[in-house]
Design a protein. Structure first.
Length: 173
C-alpha cells in the first residue's frame, strides 16, 4: 500500500475536526514528516452546488457523520486520495511504501533529498451521491468496516490497466 492506511482511525497531524493550519506553518509545527503528510493526503469534502464555493481539495481529513453529510453535502461527498509523487529510484521497498514520499506540501512543494525523482501527481477523487440516502437511517461505512473514512488504494491498481506504450511517453522514465 502506498497511499492511505486502512488501519488508522485517528488523525494525529493536528486537529482532526478543524481545518488544517496554513501550509506555511507546517514546518514551524513540525508537521512535515512522512507520517503527517500521509495523513493529510486523504480528504473528504462536501459538495453543495447551491453555494458560491465548495470546500477545497484535501480540506477535511475525516468522513463527517451522516447527519452532517445529509445537511451539508447535497451535491455529493468527494473522497480524495493523493499519492506520493517523489521516488527514490528503487522499484519497491520492504513495506511497499518507503520507496515513495510526498512533496513538502502534498499537492505541490519540494521532494525530500532522499527521494529526488519527481513523478506526476495522482489524485483519486470519487464523488458519492449521498443525497439518495438522506431519508434513510444508518451511517456510511467503508467496505473495511471503517466509519471514520481512512481509505486507501494502491498505485498498482492504476498502472495495471496501462500498457508500456501508453504510459512511457507521458512519464518518460
Amino acid at each position: 500500500m502506498i497511499a492511505g492506511d486502512t488501519y488508522r482511525r485517528e488523525f494525529t497531524a493536528g486537529n482532526m475536526y478543524g481545518p488544517d493550519p496554513d501550509q506555511s506553518h507546517w514546518l514551524q509545527l513540525g508537521e512535515v514528516n512522512e507520517n503527517h503528510l500521509r495523513q493529510r493526503a486523504v480528504g473528504f469534502n462536501c459538495l453543495n452546488f447551491d453555494r458560491d464555493e465548495n470546500e477545497g481539495t484535501l480540506y477535511r481529513h475525516y468522513m463527517p457523520d451522516k447527519d452532517y453529510i445529509t445537511a451539508n453535502c447535497i451535491s455529493g461527498l468527494r473522497a480524495e486520495l493523493a499519492f506520493p509523487s517523489c521516488w527514490n529510484g528503487d522499484l519497491t521497498s520492504e513495506n511497499h511504501k518507503d520507496h515513495m514520499a510526498y512533496t513538502s506540501l502534498i499537492l505541490d512543494g519540494d521532494c525530500p533529498d532522499s527521494h529526488p525523482y519527481r513523478l506526476p501527481l495522482l489524485l483519486y477523487e470519487t464523488v458519492w451521491a449521498v443525497a439518495a440516502f438522506a431519508k434513510r437511517n444508518g451511517s456510511f461505512i467503508w467496505s473495511n468496516g471503517d466509519t471514520t473514512g481512512k481509505w486507501r488504494d494502491e498505485f498498482e491498481r492504476v498502472t495495471y490497466c496501462w500498457t508500456n506504450e501508453t504510459h512511457r511517453p507521458r512519464l518518460s522514465w
